[in-house]
Design a protein around this ligand. Structure first.
Ligand code: ATP
Ligand code: MG
Length: 231
């Protein structure tokens, strides 16, 4: 099992192909993220951004090279102990039919109502929830069709904050959102990122501006790296 981590992440010369007979998709990826750093992954469609994240969360195993978390090769630990310390937020937030309270509590099943509300407040989700007819006890449809994309994202932030993982993975939604919502999401995200190592497939400029390191990925390689000022 992977012991409790600080969130130091290294890719050492990682190459990867999905199919044994297929082409290499990632070529010699090298980087080091220190605990608490936020990393933005950018690049054109098909570049390999999601693939990097698929390897970090071990949806697939590397073909060559190694991925180390706090110096431990992730291929040598149990999936459970790895995923317990990793919060993964994909483009489409998973919403099930049940109350908002239950949907946020999914991050920590024994959380009290007070803990859920406190988490929602930290990530700026509390305000919109309070304005719903039944507040935290509002029933959601499966897939959350009654919520906006921004609201679903805020639910995901609150849920992840409750789970309190050291490493965060976020595949930012591409859905168009207004400026006001963007500011709200940025504030919520900043609160969530505090003290965690994060990997964000970034579509919003504000997210990229705030990242400690930006990796530009193209054709399965990191072709540029730096921060928003240096790039
Ligand atoms: P996007 O911005 O469109 O999400 P991306 O940068 O996330 O793109 P990836 O999804 O990582 O790109 O895909 C990188 C390459 O790997 C692409 O050529 C894609 O066709 C291929 N690929 C992705 N998933 C698989 C899979 N499950 N099996 C085989 N090839 C795959
Ligand atoms: Mg992708």
């Amino acid at each position: 099992a992977l012991p409790p981590i600080r969130g130091d992440v290294r890719f050492n010369d990682v190459s990867f192909k999905y199919d044994q007979d297929g082409p290499m998709i990632l070529h010699h990826i090298n980087f080091h993220a220190t605990p608490g750093q936020s990393i933005a992954l950018v690049g054109p469609t098909g570049a390999g951004k999601s693939t990097v994240i698929n390897l970090l969360s071990r949806f697939y195993n590397v073909t060559e090279g190694e991925i180390l978390i706090d110096g431990v090769d992730i291929s040598k630990v149990t999936l459970k102990s790895l995923r317990q310390q990793m919060g993964v937020m994909l483009q489409d937030t998973f919403i099930f039919s049940g109350t908002i309270l239950d949907n946020i509590r999914y991050g920590k099943l024994d959380a009290t109502e007070e803990e859920v509300i406190a988490a929602a407040k930290v990530v700026r989700a509390d305000d919109f929830i309070r304005h719903l007819k039944n507040g935290y006890h509002t029933e959601l449809q499966e897939r959350g069709s009654t919520l906006s994309a921004g609201q679903r994202q805020l639910i995901a932030f609150a849920r992840t904050l409750l789970a309190d993982p050291r490493i965060l993975i976020l595949d930012e939604a591409t859905a168009a959102i207004d400026t006001q919502t963007e500011i709200l999401l940025q504030q919520g995200l900043n609160a969530l990122l505090k003290g965690r190592t994060s990997f964000i497939i970034a579509h919003r400029l504000s997210t990229i501006q705030n990242a400690d390191q930006i990796f530009v990925i193209d054709h399965g390689e990191i072709v540029e790296r730096g921060n928003h000022d240096s790039l």
